[in-house]
Design a protein around this ligand. Structure first.
Ligand code: HGY
Ligand code: MN
Ligand code: MN
Ligand code: MN
Length: 416
């Protein structure tokens, strides 16, 4: 099947306009980074922006009971091909993570209409992919995939004000008690592709413009709470202390050692850390820190999670303290669909641009969609691999090429 000619320059300018507009003050809580969390005014403005663009491209938009945005160019019940990503941001986010994937999906819809292809499409922009609002990553797509329980949902609290997820959802106009109905948004999908920035530097280092993703690393998210004893920092001799901060410090270094030792791409990160009472002249009696452990080898990364849990208990015991490990959530390594990957590779070859077949170290909503729908991803480079940072930089020209590759692959998949 020959390559559909696309005016890549025009697509790049439209994607760039979307990205730059959505970096403006009404779409982010602050100027120094993109701060756009579920159920906030800036998030609502962003959804409304995409709704306008999707309606201009001939799609009908709706939002499911928790706020996943869905847009279709076919009536409910008819088979469609799914594309999309997320437009919430990390708490210290950049302009491109997620948002560029939704913008590329909108561009596919524009091209579909302008070129008269009339491919059956559905766009989804998933709620709370980053976990910036409630500390629960890929929450919108986990709800859609049924990878949460009612009990868990009822227990999720907003990071900023501690109020329940359901309360925030209702205040934003949704009906979260109907969360089980969200599964329906995957019912008509014959396939799914998410375009996303790579968030690492493999494409840049190898001089490729496109990544065709065939697997996504699994992960464990957990917290360790240490209880030692608060003491006077000046009067308490070193051998009489039960310093929770030192237990945390030992665990941080042990996590690094375990991840390096496990190899096979296993990584471990302590990204959040709190000490109590967090005073210059008090020995910390309590510490709470997060664990983000990932890899494409299930046994390796889950082995690291088990090992650090044991280590924390023992390190705490040696200091007269105790340590409590609690898992927030985890998702398995997700192999993606060979037929969708193959169609993307074929389209990438036809584009004549250098591409690389690769795995994703970052998590994506596609992990949850892939549970029920043949799915794959397209990566575009980001400068120096920098992401989850306002320094994130990516090239709209690459996203335009990615959109054209998606369009060509979808035509191949829905007409075969
Ligand atoms: O952290 C992740 O993998 C995703 O970008 N939220
Ligand atoms: Mn993302
Ligand atoms: Mn992210
Ligand atoms: Mn994602």
């Amino acid at each position: 099947m020959d390559w559909i000619p696309v005016d890549l320059e025009r697509s790049a300018r439209r994607i760039e306009r979307d990205i730059e507009t959505l970096a403006g003050p009404e779409y982010t809580r602050s100027e120094e980074a993109i701060r756009r969390y579920a159920y906030t005014p800036e998030y609502r403005n962003t959804l409304d922006y995409f709704i306008r663009e999707l309606e201009d491209a001939g799609l009908e938009c709706s939002e499911d009971p928790v706020g996943n945005l869905v847009a279709r160019n076919r009536p409910a019940g008819e088979r469609v091909f799914g594309i999309g990503s997320h437009c919430d941001s990390n708490r210290n986010g950049g302009k491109y993570d997620g948002t560029m994937g939704v913008a590329a999906a909108v561009e596919v819809c524009r091209l579909n209409r302008e070129l008269g292809l009339d491919l059956p499409l559905q766009v989804i922009s998933f709620l709370e992919e980053e976990g910036s609002g409630f500390g629960q990553m890929v929450l919108g797509s986990r709800i859609v995939a049924g990878r949460v329980t009612e009990e868990e949902l009822m227990g999720f609290r907003a990071i900023d004000d501690g109020r329940p997820f359901f309360e925030h959802a209702k205040e934003a106009g949704y009906e979260p008690e109907r969360w089980r109905e969200c599964a329906r948004i995957l019912d008509d999908l014959v396939g799914w592709i998410e375009l996303h920035i790579e968030q690492a530097r493999v494409l840049e280092d190898t001089g490729k413009r496109l990544g065709i993703v065939d697997a996504i690393a699994g992960y464990v998210h957990a917290d360790i709470a240490v209880r030692g004893r608060s003491d006077h920092a000046g009067a308490t001799p070193m051998d009489l202390r039960s310093d929770a901060g030192l237990v945390m410090a030992e665990c941080m270094l042990e996590l690094e050692r375990l991840a390096r030792e496990a190899g096979r791409g296993t990584v471990g990160t302590v990204g959040e850390a709190e000490l109590e009472p967090n005073l210059i002249n008090a020995v910390p009696g309590r510490a709470r820190f997060s664990l983000d452990i990932r890899g494409v080898d299930e046994e390796a990364f889950r082995g690291v999670a088990r090992a650090i849990e044991t280590f924390a208990r023992e390190a705490a015991g040696r200091r007269g303290a105790s340590a409590e490990y609690s898992e927030r959530q985890s998702l398995p390594v997700t192999p993606l669909d060979e037929r969708v990957v193959g169609a993307l590779e074929e389209a990438a070859r036809e584009s004549g641009e250098p591409y690389l077949r690769m795995a994703s170290g970052a998590a994506h909503d596609t992990m949850c969609v892939a549970e029920r729908v043949p799915a794959a991803m397209v990566f575009v480079p980001c400068e120096g691999g920098v992401s989850h940072s306002p320094e994130e930089r990516a090239d709209p020209e690459d996203a335009a090429l990615g959109a054209a590759v998606m369009l060509n692959a979808i035509r191949r998949l829905v007409t075969a």
